[in-house]
Design a protein around this ligand. Structure first.
Ligand code: HEM
Ligand code: SF4
Length: 745
């Protein structure tokens, strides 16, 4: 008897258009196999369906406890960016506003079990990722998702990504109104929209129910909507051009009141302008934030409004507004207080961090903490059953990589807690210092430099062990970690942020993290932190102890961490860290040369002793570290409001880093900026020596642009941008030098 395929099984049950799309993708995979489709076309095709390449890392994965080996025979597999196109990859799944049903959880649990490594990973934008998925399995995976109303369409690629929203909207005690229907309507409207198919890069959208909390993180999105009412009308403060990435930008206020009926057409108009005028050739400058910076807010507004005025009318813009009641959630159980029920051990600690009293009397939203954002298939299925038992389909993922069950009756809390504990899902500490956010990092991401998940796992267990003795003032700190400067772990908006990089020390490449302090999580990610310097990965726990210890000992009254950092000054913070920046010799302590969660020495392929270039090593390293100091001083100028000095300091740091590299070839390089830039271009850019493996000439172009640009007004934004760019330029100078040193060795 022949086994029925998923295509046959689900025939007629999927939306026609989606079903046809998956069929096409299946054909394209066949074409790719037989070499009939251009590689670049196939790459964009699969990315638009959420199918990413991933680092295979010899089939290993750190799960927060141990490094597991995964059996996926696929030719000769190896670590690094050059994994085979059909080696197991990552499948990103879009979850608009993080909303899930129990049936959807069940299906994803099955998919993780059958096609991936048995783990569902919740992302920093409320999505779900499965790793180690074979590309041949993706069409069936997509069909099965479509059968429960989920799409992976435009989960990656140059498209509108997952639309996010506060995970407690609708039940929040302080929201202006529930943003769920609006976020859902915009996500649906934009999905596959013809005006959203020709972007130079991705567009991210977020909704927030209020301005003061963090949930929506609207400031760091390309389009951000904050709920607002005016004269009895429902609408939004509308922001544009925010974003993280290597150079973070705060979004700018486009309109202080956009009526609800305008959010779809206005977003469409922004997309049209972005598709028409946004950068296409240079990916590094292809986000909305760069177009906004290039045009200026006023011109951007004018163009968008002009576009809005000529848009052909579409009924979909407002159709959903007639049906807002259909978005209303209902509880499964009647509301009742938790009267005198016996409380199991650990309950109080868990309830103090993981239970949120809803504005609806007698109901709570329960956060299920997921260390590193991971949940197994069995846990997921069991969680689906718990949601059927205690609530209806009122499940949400969060940007802090947890899952929330809404509408739990208070009277069920102790029993629910007991069941979560039995499933290994009862950890306390949601939204506190132990709830560390992390991107996939070197475990599965090809761009990862240091192990963000390894570090997060280590910090979580160290901090959880100390949780009873941690001072109240630091308990709610946010720690966020990215494996590289791209900031997928959102390190810019944490109290304590870290992003991965590396340094050549004693002839070895050593994993490091940049320490980023002073980011603000509240007020929708209201401000970004600045880098304080690179510290060896193995010293990051000590960095946290040092900084938080100093804060607890020296804070004045109830001073916030951000205010404390401002008061003592970044120079002082950097001084505190000086001792932690050094790396012992390999013979003295080899553990510094192995990243967290790894069993092998750091990036074996990069290893090599640069003995033959000893003298030059010393000189260049010395000079580059001087550039870091210069860049740091530019940050101090920025803090003091001296924008011109900050700008010029950052440019000078870049020029000196370029000069340091030129000196490896020509010691007598002159001091004049024009000469440095000319020599650098010829020796390091034209030769591609300074090229980044993934970003090409991106960082070199920072120098060329800043050197040439004429500034009419030195604003905070302009100075901040050049400082960020300068730091990345210096990072790249280190990387370039590291590579040269390996070649020389
Ligand atoms: C040049 C390449 C990349 C850049 C510039 C980049 C940048 C970003 C930024 C800024 C965010 C999150 C902040 C936000 O919420 O807006 C993000 C999200 C994310 N990134 Fe990346 N990223 C890159 C490549 C990758 C790769 C290769 C992976 C892993 C395979 C990855 C994994 C993630 C994940 C899991 C998220 C949350 C995504 C979601 O649910 O939509 N990123 N990325
Ligand atoms: S921050 Fe870097 S390492 Fe982490 S997922 Fe993004 S690109 Fe990969």
């Amino acid at each position: 008897m022949s086994v029925q395929s998923w295509k046959e099984k689900l025939d007629g049950q999927l939306p026609e258009e989606l079903s046809a799309e998956v069929d096409t993708f299946e054909t394209q995979i066949e074409q790719k196999k037989s070499g009939q489709i251009d590689d670049r076309v196939f790459a964009e095709t699969r990315l638009r369906r959420g199918v990413y390449g991933q680092r295979y890392d010899n089939g290993q994965r750190f799960d927060g406890q141990i490094t597991k080996r995964l059996e996926y025979p696929c030719g000769e597999l190896f670590k690094g960016p050059d994994t085979y196109w059909d080696a197991p990859g990552m499948q990103r799944i879009k979850i608009p506003f993080g909303g899930l049903t129990a049936d959807q959880l069940d299906v994803m649990a099955d998919l993780a079990e059958e096609y991936a490594d048995d783990i569902l990973h919740i992302t920093t934008r409320q999505g779900v990722q499965l790793h180690f998925v074979h590309i041949e399995d993706t069409p069936d995976l997509m069909r099965r998702l479509a059968s429960v109303g989920i799409t992976t369409r435009e989960a990656c690629g140059n498209s509108i990504r997952n639309v996010t929203a506060c995970p407690i909207s609708g039940v929040c005690r302080t929201e202006t109104f529930d943003v769920t229907p609006y976020s859902k309507a915009l996500a649906t409207f934009m999905l596959g929209h013809p005006d959203c198919q020709d972007f130079g890069r991705k567009v991210k959208i977020a909704f927030s129910g209020c301005a003061h909390e963090a949930c929506g993180l609207t400031s760091m999105h390309d389009l951000g909507f904050i709920a607002k009412t005016q004269d009895g009308k429902v609408g939004f403060e509308f922001y544009v051009g925010g974003g993280l990435g290597a150079v973070p930008h705060q979004a700018k206020l486009f309109d202080d009141f956009l009526p609800a009926e305008e959010i779809l057409p206005m977003s469409q108009a922004v997309c049209r302008v972005f598709a028409r005028l946004g950068e296409k050739a240079n990916r590094a400058r292809a986000r909305v934030k760069f177009l906004l910076a290039k045009l200026g807010l006023e011109e951007f507004q004018r163009l968008v409004q002009e576009e809005r005025a000529i848009l052909p009318h579409d009924d979909a813009w407002t159709a959903y507004l007639d049906d807002l009641d259909s978005y209303k959630e209902e509880p499964l159980k009647i509301a009742a207080p938790l009267n005198g029920a016996a409380k199991p051990e650990g309950y109080d600690a868990w309830a103090s961090t993981n239970v949120y009293k809803q504005r609806q009397e007698g109901y709570v939203a329960v956060t299920v903490s997921l260390p590193l954002g991971d949940i197994t298939s069995d846990q997921t299925r069991a969680l689906a059953d718990l949601s059927r038992k205690y609530v209806k389909d009122t499940i949400r993922t969060t940007v802090e990589q947890n899952i929330i069950l809404r509408w739990v009756s208070e009277s069920d809390l102790t029993q629910l807690y007991g069941e979560l504990v039995a499933l290994g899902l009862g950890e306390p500490g949601a939204g506190t210092i132990v709830d560390v956010t992390t991107c996939p990092g070197t475990d599965t991401c090809k761009l990862g430099i240091s192990s963000s998940r390894g570090l997060a796992g280590e910090l979580r267990s160290q901090l959880a062990a100390q949780s009873m003795s941690l001072d109240e003032s630091i308990k709610n700190f946010r720690i966020k970690i990215s494996g590289c400067f791209n900031s997928c772990g959102q390190h810019h908006v944490a109290d304590l942020g870290f992003y991965g990089n590396s340094r050549r020390v004693n002839g070895y490449t050593v994993p490091h993290f940049q320490v980023v302090l002073g980011g603000q999580w509240t007020e929708n990610a209201g401000s970004y932190g600045l880098a304080m310097g690179a510290v060896p990965s193995k010293n990051i726990p000590a960095v946290i102890e040092c900084i938080t210890g100093n804060y607890v000992a020296n804070r004045q009254g109830d001073e916030s961490f951000q205010d404390y950092v401002k008061r003592i000054g970044k120079k002082e913070v950097k001084n505190m860290l000086t001792d932690l920046t050094s790396v012992p010799a390999h013979e003295e302590d080899a553990s510094y040369y192995v990243d967290w969660g790894e069993s092998r020495e750091f990036t074996v392929g990069d290893m090599g002793k640069g003995e033959c270039a000893g003298e030059v090593v010393t000189l260049v390293e010395f000079e580059l570290s001087g550039c870091e100091t210069e860049s740091f001083e530019a940050q101090l100028q920025l803090d003091e409001g001296n924008y011109e000095a900050a700008y010029k300091g950052a440019l000078s740091a870049m020029l000196h880093a370029a000069k340091a590299l030129i000196k490896t070839q020509w010691l007598d390089v002159p001091d004049a900026a024009d000469e440095i830039v000319k020599e650098f271009r010829e020796r390091f850019c034209d030769t591609e020596l300074f090229y980044n493996q993934f970003a090409g000439p991106k960082f070199a172009n920072y120098l060329f642009r800043v050197h040439e640009e004429e500034i009419s007004e030195y604003t905070q934004d302009v100075a901040h941008r050049v400082i960020e760019e300068g730091q990345l330029f210096i990072e790249q100078a280190y990387a370039c030098y590291g590579r040269m040193n390996v070649v020389n060795a």
